[in-house]
Ligand binder design. Structure first.
Ligand code: TDO
Length: 189
């Protein structure tokens, strides 16, 4: 497997070995010892899946407040998404910066979202199934978000705002400048 560093500190893309043949392909999507050897060493305790029926569904920008922060390992089962992360860790060299990643059933790329990042994605095709592992349980009392269109972040979503489909909750998130964050950046050993 291949681990690719990104512009954002501690965010990684993962490519597992994909064995294609005339039937399709086979890949080990998560193998604890191989991931550990590659430096991805978390205790994933919950698996999630979401289905977004239409292109233009935007889910984000989500995080769970400390001490309920979650590491997420995310992949796309069907369809294509543009996935965006924002570093919310005070003191991080990439604090308040965003980066976007194309994840799809075709590139079979996985995204490692560390704790202390806001996470969101927009679907670019119909019937998008996203699966992700998390290392902390869902904590509704800690559920939080940043506005996907926060002007200070300036995220360049690949779809016009009028075409986006959001939950009521996701229409009301505050701007980063109005949020009292409690994530602190710790340099990796
Ligand atoms: C995230 C989550 C939601 N739920 C429930 C709460 C709610 O009734 C319903 C839908 O929740 P949401 O609207 O928050 O679902 P969604 O907008 O898909 O939320 C997800 O978005 C992506 C971008 C992430 O990063 C995830 O961590 C998660 O926040 O599912 C759980 O029971 N467990 C969970 O772990």
């Amino acid at each position: 497997m291949k681990v690719i560093e990104t512009k954002l500190q501690d965010v990684k893309l993962v490519e597992t070995a994909v064995f294609g043949d005339h039937r399709g392909f086979f890949t080990e999507t998560y193998t604890e010892n191989k991931f550990k050897e590659a430096g991805i060493d978390y205790n994933f305790i919950q698996d999630n899946q979401s289905l977004s029926a239409e292109p233009g569904v935007l889910r984000g920008m989500h995080y769970q407040k400390a001490p309920y922060a979650q590491t997420k390992l995310l992949r796309v089962l069907t369809g294509v998404i543009y996935d965006v992360l924002v570093d919310l860790r005070k003191g991080s060299p990439t604090y308040a910066q965003w980066e976007g990643y194309l994840l799809s059933q075709f590139n079979q790329r996985q995204l490692l979202v560390p704790q202390g990042f806001a996470h969101g994605f927009v679907t670019l095709t119909p019937n998008v199934n996203v699966a992700y592992k998390v290392d902390g349980y869902y904590a509704p009392q800690a559920d939080a978000g940043i506005a996907f269109d926060d002007p200070d972040l300036g995220i360049a979503w690949p779809m016009p705002k009028e075409r986006l489909i959001l939950s009521d909750k996701d229409k009301k998130h505050p701007y980063l400048r109005d949020v009292d964050l409690n994530f602190n950046y710790r340099e990796a050993k």
